[in-house]
Ligand binder design. Structure first.
Ligand code: SPV
Ligand code: MG
Length: 433
């Protein structure tokens, strides 16, 4: 009996999938490769159903003989393992990002005279409607909130980019690159930075922009995107206020808050010891973490504790002691901050942290030690990297340049070369025409 291989994510099932399975049966025994959660999340959104649930559904479809795990977008590892006589796929992958994957399938099958069968891609109004509904369901607070924890469980390193309004959030949502191995890469989540949120409002980063205003920014982001949101919660404020803050964020569908262990008038950490800043006691900060955790209703929302000992020159031992205490108090993650350019103190912290028997996800913000690649950070045991201010920092000089050009030339013609064309801005956000 010949074998036929096909791969699917199967987060939704519709008659298009059944048609392909029916067609596959004509050629032999059907093996379905179900894409693992991390593979689906790299090219679509995080699946709504877990891998086990999706696998179970496919196993129970008439005509499917075997269901296996496909743990890369590339078919080749599974093709070499199962050596199918045929692979079946819709004909919609001949062009675009999947065309390379297709070529590799054809080349690999040729090694044992296997063949690719392409069936007409099923498109219909009902399928489009279904996909729209799926898209909408991934923006509900309950679904969205839990995605960050799921990503942390799945991915060795979660990458997070700063967003300070709807437009920058759309950039984080939609920017995608295709890596050399044909793997798509985009950011996993968004960081609502206190520095950028304040700066965008023309205010200093000193906890002056109040929660209501921060919530407005978050709402603008929530409205137009689907990726998980992490709020830079500064010090978290008074414990009595913090318990309300976490409840509000949780209810909105925000995934995490990061609070730093400082008290008094907060200044940005990148000032280091150039300005006066005070660190909270371990005891007080642990109390804040515990009260925050108690206030939560779900298991999804994360309270991540940010240690400022290296910033404030309190020493590595203090940083490590705080990490242990905060974990003991029930924090869901540790962020270790540093402004040293060479990255040495971050490396030391990570190596010591790796020895902890009880670890929670480790977060870093490599604004200063920006020569370090993600791979190096991952190898050090870092689970999340936050690019904390780069959209604002890149936009500001470009805007000053445009303003200066117009003032200088007393017309806007010279400015056009640094501006996006009018027809592009008009259609950048769909629905305007
Ligand atoms: C922020 O983005 O506001 C941060 C990170 O808190 S840092 O500016 O590096 O302190
Ligand atoms: Mg901040």
């Amino acid at each position: 009996m010949k074998t036929v291989y096909l791969a699917m994510s199967a987060d939704i099932l519709h008659y298009g999938h059944i048609n392909v399975i029916k067609e596959a049966q004509k050629y032999g025994t059907v093996i379905v490769g179900v894409l693992t959660d991390d593979v689906v999340s790299t090219y679509k959104k995080m699946p709504i159903l877990s891998f086990e649930e999706r696998k179970m559904m496919i196993e129970n479809i008439k005509g499917v003989s075997e269901v296996v795990e496909q743990s890369s977008l590339d078919y080749v590892p599974n093709l070499l393992k199962y050596k199918p006589d045929f692979v079946i796929h819709g004909d919609n992958w001949r062009s675009g990002v999947q065309s390379e994957t297709r070529s590799r399938v054809i080349e690999t099958l040729a090694q044992w005279d296997g063949r690719l069968i392409e069936v007409e891609y099923t498109e219909g109004d009902s399928i489009k409607r279904l996909e729209q509904l799926m898209q909408q369901s991934s923006t509900t607070p309950d679904f969205r909130r839990g995605v960050l924890k799921r990503l942390l469980a799945l991915k060795p390193l979660v990458t997070v980019m700063e967003a300070h309004n709807g437009l920058t959030a759309l950039i984080v949502e939609n920017t995608k690159v295709i890596k050399e191995d044909n793997r798509p890469k985009s950011f996993d989540a968004m960081w609502i930075s206190s520095l950028c949120d304040s700066t965008a409002k023309g205010k200093p980063d000193i906890e002056l922009v109040d929660l209501t205003s921060r919530l407005n920014t978050i709402n603008d982001v929530l409205e137009v995107t689907t990726k998980p949101i992490i709020l830079d919660g500064d010090t978290g404020g008074l414990v009595e206020h913090f318990v309300y803050t976490v409840k509000t964020l949780e209810r909105l569908g925000v995934s995490a808050i990061i609070i730093e262990d400082k008290i008094g008038l907060k200044k940005n950490s990148l000032f280091g010891t150039d300005v006066e800043q005070s660190q909270d006691t371990i005891e007080n900060f642990c109390h804040k973490i515990k009260e925050g955790k108690k206030a939560l209703v779900t298991d999804d929302f994360m309270i991540i504790s940010r240690i400022e000992s290296l910033i404030l020159k309190a020493g590595m031992d203090d940083a490590l002691a705080r990490a242990k205490a905060y974990i003991e108090a029930g924090t869901d993650g540790i962020m270790i901050h540093s402004k040293e350019k060479d990255g040495e103190e971050i490396k030391t912290f990570c190596r010591e942290y790796a020895k902890f028997p009880n670890r929670v996800p480790l977060v870093v913000v490599p604004t200063s030690f920006n020569h370090m690649y993600e791979e190096e950070l991952r190898e050090l045991g870092v689970n999340m990297v936050i690019y904390a201010n780069h959209l604002l920092r890149s936009a500001y000089p470009a805007m000053v340049d445009a303003a200066t050009k117009i003032l200088t030339h007393e017309r806007s013609l010279e400015c056009d070369e640094v501006c996006m064309p009018i027809n592009q801005i008009l259609t950048l956000i769909p629905g305007g025409n």
